[in-house]
Design a protein around this ligand. Structure first.
Ligand SMILES: Cc1ncc(C[n+]2csc(CCOP(=O)(O)OP(=O)(O)O)c2C)c(N)n1
Length: 300
């Protein structure tokens, strides 16, 4: 079968290369704006690239296409990661990333659906995205639309009770067309309390990161897939598996094990990069590690 962007296959590009470029755009954009998050966007970058470039049936030049798959970034603080991927996918010019987080920009620090076409929800207050996603999935099924709704959550975010209300209701309505992807990086704004003798305070991952989630989702009747969230093939395969279950009655949770700050030696596994602003030196170091960007990047 010929693959076109509408059938879920994006441009025939090397996904890992797109993710590398996306990571650089994140660091450059945050440095340029002087605000934003880095650890979470880098952790989710491979998931975002796989979704936008391979998995989702979308038309970047027609963001309101009724039959598009829906994506909600419930961990809205990672917005710059989503914007970088959307820009590379053609939703808007890459140069616009230079406006990130300025007052009159379409690219707010957290996603604002009233400003940027292509965003399905405004997020940032953790815990809410899955509830929006299940409403969209229910509405799509009532209207007979064969669309898949993907919601990306943080593992820390699953501490919000509203997530589990949504998990319960998603199962109650048998929404096989709803997929939750959890970015299980084991760090939040801070790390797990240190143990004596540990070199760096707070960089230890939550020892339970993701592990308790399988049982929790399954208890509510969801299907659960566990993957390496930096393995493109595994991500694409899990999302295809989730879509293949769309006509069934069980939503799917994909638990993706990731590393916060993934891709740069000085950000990986370091909680302080959750919301630290990159300096000019950091950008230089990132360029050396990640190679040249796609051109016209913010800050370049
Ligand atoms: C309701 C709510 N409480 C607190 C915050 C502040 N906050 C922003 S990000 C974050 C940590 C999130 O951790 P996680 O969900 O694991 O995200 P990731 O590690 O992927 O960045 C917190 C507490 C928020 N945005 N919303």
């Amino acid at each position: 079968m010929a693959l076109t962007p509408e059938s879920g296959a994006g441009p025939s590009v090397d996904l890992d290369d797109v993710a590398r470029r996306g990571r650089l755009l994140v660091v450059e954009s945050v440095a340029h704006s002087g605000a934003g998050h880095i650890g979470g966007p880098l952790s989710a970058m491979d998931l975002l690239v796989a979704l936008y470039f391979r998995v989702m049936r979308i038309r970047p030049d027609e963001p309101d296409w009724p039959e598009r798959d829906r994506f909600i970034l419930s961990k809205g603080h990672s917005a710059i990661g989503q914007y970088a991927v959307m820009a590379m996918r053609g939703y808007f010019p890459i140069e616009e990333l230079a406006t990130f987080d300025s007052g009159d920009s379409r690219l707010q620090g957290h996603p604002d659906m009233t400003r940027l076409p292509g965003l399905e929800a405004s997020t940032g207050s953790l815990g809410q995205g899955l509830a929006v996603g299940l409403g969209i999935a229910l509405g799509a099924r009532m209207r007979g639309l064969g669309v898949q709704t993907f919601v990306l959550l943080g593992d820390g975010e699953t501490q919000e009770g509203m997530v589990w209300e949504s998990v319960m209701v998603g199962a109650r309505y048998g929404l096989g067309n709803l997929t939750a992807i959890v970015d299980c990086n084991g760090l939040q704004q801070y790390g797990w309390p240190p143990v004596p003798g540990e070199e760096r305070r707070g960089d230890r991952r939550d020892p339970l990161a993701g592990t308790h989630l399988r049982g929790a989702f399954e208890a509510f009747g969801w299907r659960v897939l566990e993957i390496d969230g930096h393995d493109m093939e595994a991500i694409v395969a899990a999302c295809a598996d989730a879509r293949s279950a769309a006509s069934g009655r069980r939503p799917t949770a994909i638990l993706a094990t990731t590393t916060k700050g993934r891709g740069l030696s000085f950000t990986e596994g370091r909680f302080e990069w959750h919301a630290k602003v990159a300096t000019a030196d950091d950008v230089e170091a990132a360029r050396l590690e990640l190679g040249p960007g796609p051109g016209g990047a913010a800050g370049s």
